[in-house]
Design a protein around this ligand. Structure first.
Ligand SMILES: C[S@@+](CC[C@H](N)C(=O)[O-])C[C@H]1O[C@@H](n2cnc3c(N)ncnc32)[C@H](O)[C@@H]1O
Length: 275
């Protein structure tokens, strides 16, 4: 526990002082009996502090238990990925800014089951390396990742080179620019540098960041619909956020005959199967 902050000092010192002051004022009317008011107020204050600190400690404990469980699940997924992919160099970090291992495992399973020839990623990073490793293992397919940030485009390219995956993965630097999508303006990737040959069998959407627009990832499907293969699958990360739910539901509504499902992963994910 750290030291008390200014607000906590005001409460810890101010409330007893107020109780005493109220007791002194009450003494004018009640005489010596006013001590009961002071003691009563202090007792209520102490009881409140006890209940609050217990509630706080319980909340902290619950969060820690949840994090330990979650870490175990992610560790299992990461071990599975390493066993399957046998990377030649250490994998870049997972979780936090990157996809969590359980989503990466879902992507790896999909690639092994369905053998997509063309994977497109909207954002780049650890997931690009993992997807390229999966494609390398099944011996077929290419991945292209759009990246709005020139620095991270270069960081991902270096990671791809470290793993000997340059023939399989390409990072396209596509800065965000305002674009009209279904009557609304969104900052989204400039596709002028993108050359898509074959239709996309798997689209993994993990950008742009939600700091640029609350439904920043919505344009992915309307902007890329013409490039999607029949029966293609779309995976949208961070599915436990209300905005991502809204995006996924809107995609499903705008793609009649598609199938939408929620994946209960660490950050949640949406899976949309196009007709
Ligand atoms: C939500 S993250 C996801 C990146 C990717 N899908 C993954 O799982 O690794 C989106 C953004 O993080 C940024 N990023 C990429 N590599 C990074 C790194 N090594 N450190 C911090 N941010 C990075 C990129 O700008 C990327 O578009």
């Amino acid at each position: 526990m750290g030291r008390l902050n200014g607000r906590q000092w005001v409460v810890v010192v101010g409330v007893p002082l107020m109780s005493v002051a109220i007791g002194l004022v009450a003494r004018c009317w009640l005489g010596g009996g006013a001590i009961i008011i002071t003691v009563g107020l202090l007792a209520i204050f102490l009881a409140y502090l006890l209940v609050e600190s217990r509630r706080f400690a319980l909340g902290l404990f619950e969060r820690q238990v949840k994090e330990v469980r979650s870490s175990y699940v992610q560790l299992e997924a990461l071990l599975g990925l390493h066993a399957l992919l046998k990377p030649a160099a250490p994998l870049p970090p997972t979780r936090f800014w990157a996809a969590s291992p359980d989503l990466l495992r879902e992507v790896a399973l999909h690639i092994h089951r369905e053998r997509p020839r063309h994977v497109l990623e909207v954002s780049s990073g650890t997931s690009t390396v993992v997807i390229a490793l999966c494609l390398q293992r099944i011996g077929v397919g290419k991945v292209v990742a759009l990246e709005h940030d020139a620095h991270y485009a270069e960081v991902t390219r270096r990671a791809i080179a470290d793993h000997g995956l340059t023939g399989i993965a390409t990072v396209v630097h596509a800065p965000l620019k305002d674009q009209q999508v279904n009557g609304e303006t969104y900052p989204w990737y400039d596709l002028s540098g993108l050359r898509l040959g074959e239709p996309v069998d798997l689209l993994v959407v993990d950008g742009p960041p939600d700091t640029v627009h609350h439904t920043a990832r919505y344009p992915a499907l309307p902007m890329l619909a013409a490039h999607m293969a029949k029966g293609a699958r779309i995976l949208l990360d961070d599915g436990d956020r209300a905005d991502e739910r809204a995006i996924a539901e809107r995609w499903a509504k705008e793609s009649p005959g598609s199938q939408l499902g929620y994946l209960p992963l660490e950050a949640g994910a949406w899976s949309l199967r196009l007709p």
